[in-house]
Design a protein around this ligand. Structure first.
Ligand code: B12
Ligand code: SF4
Ligand code: SF4
Length: 308
């Protein structure tokens, strides 16, 4: 085993120990194939009011502009599929938001991973990323061999489905690179496209973010548009429809991260409980949750939209 292979092996072993289910490595460089598509996506206004998607265009396409001397992008996945689902007679919350905010939970694991690398390998510089940075996370995951992009645009793995988060480490360390995932296993299936209640999934593996229920219920700070009335089914925060109908998700297994377990009340609450929710209950049920980002008023806005 040469040193590149040895370092890659050690990193993957430690990532697994920290709870990451998959870990793949790609050579850092310019994302040529994605450049035109990203430009087109923005030109078409698919980002809606998510202004942050317009920022750092060049950095988003090249991790070497995010980390000096970057050589490797390490992509990681972390399962969030819950053991128990919400009451059926209840407004729905996206499954990723049941427990503690994943940005904090995963960031601390990524920091542990980078400390491990610095201790085992030596002076390595790098940064950790989860979701909010200008990194095209699914493109890197595919390049690192983790899986393919479904028609709903999310990353899917054959034996695991798609209910996992993605995260990255960008390092100035050369490593052994995995083979990009080249095949697509959606075939003729169009279940996600057919099931999306707002027709946000376009025919070319692209999602018009400005039409997605997740965008409306989480990202949009203004009033919800009347044209969307009656289209959100029961979703009050995020939306899992395109993943729930995906046949690959029959392989989802419950996660084992205690911090992602929901407050018991969250599972038991029904529509009436949600309609009558007080700020005190909101604070209790969503103590460290990503739902706090919409604030109490945001969740109330969404619930009222589903009600009236
Ligand atoms: C912005 C964003 C959103 C937006 C926009 C969604 C989107 N699909 O872009 C909104 C708010 C709607 C959203 C919703 C959700 N999100 Co989100 N989101 C992001 C974020 C921050 C950036 C994504 C991005 O860069 N979009 C921009 C476009 C340009 O990217 P793209 O889809 O790759 O575009 C390509 C295609 O459109 C294609 N294309 C475009 N035009 C054309 C034309 C042709 C001809 C062809 C062939 C291709 C093509 O090329 C483009 C460039 O590669 C990422 C985190 C990150 N930093 O990457 C998380 C992320 C993608 N989200 C995630 C999740 C979990 C969700 C939700 C499931 C949450 C929920 N339950 O409510 C939903 C799923 C909705 C869906 N089906 O996409 C996870 C996905 C994990 C996974 N397994 O893939 C991520 C990776 C966060 C994370 N760290 O885990 N999200
Ligand atoms: S998350 Fe819901 S609204 Fe968004 S693309 Fe998927 S099915 Fe459509
Ligand atoms: S529902 Fe079908 S088309 Fe959509 S991502 Fe899953 S396999 Fe692909």
């Amino acid at each position: 085993m040469n040193s590149l292979q040895k370092y890659s092996y050690l990193i993957k072993r430690e990532a697994k120990r920290l709870g990451f289910e998959s870990c793949g490595i790609a050579k850092a460089g310019f994302l040529e194939e994605e450049a035109n598509n990203l430009e087109q996506w923005l030109k078409n206004g698919y980002h809606g009011n998510m202004q942050y998607m317009q920022n750092y265009f060049d950095k988003r396409l090249d991790p070497r502009l995010l980390v000096d001397g970057a050589k490797s992008v390490i992509s990681l996945s972390f399962n969030y599929y819950p053991e128990e689902l919400q009451n059926k007679n209840s407004y729905q919350l996206a499954k990723y938001a049941y427990g503690e905010d994943y940005h904090y939970v995963l960031k601390s694991k990524l920091k542990e991973l980078i400390f491990f690398i610095q201790n085992e390998i030596g002076e390595v510089n790098g940064r950790v990323f989860v979701d909010s940075a200008p990194v095209l996370e699914r493109a890197w995951a595919q390049k690192s061999g983790l899986g393919w992009r479904g028609k709903h645009s999310l990353l899917i793995q054959k034996n695991k489905g798609s209910f996992f988060f993605l995260a990255e480490l960008i390092l100035d360390l050369e490593l052994e690179y995995d083979v990009p995932f080249k095949t697509n296993h959606c075939g003729k299936c169009t279940r996600c496209i057919d099931a999306c209640p707002t027709q946000a999934i376009l025919p070319n593996n692209t999602v018009d973010g400005s039409k997605c229920i997740s965008y409306f219920t989480i990202e949009l700070k203004d009033e919800l548009p009347a044209t969307m009335k009656g289209k959100f089914e029961d979703w009050m925060f995020g939306c899992d429809i395109c993943q729930d109908v995906c046949p690959w998700n029959r392989f989802s297994k419950p996660h084992s991260e205690e911090k992602f377990n929901p407050h018991q009340d969250l599972l038991e609450m029904n529509n009436k409980d949600w309609q009558e929710i007080t700020e005190a209950v909101f604070k209790k049920v969503f103590k460290k949750s990503a739902v706090k980002r919409t604030k109490f008023a945001g969740l109330k806005r969404n619930i009222n939209f589903l009600r009236n």
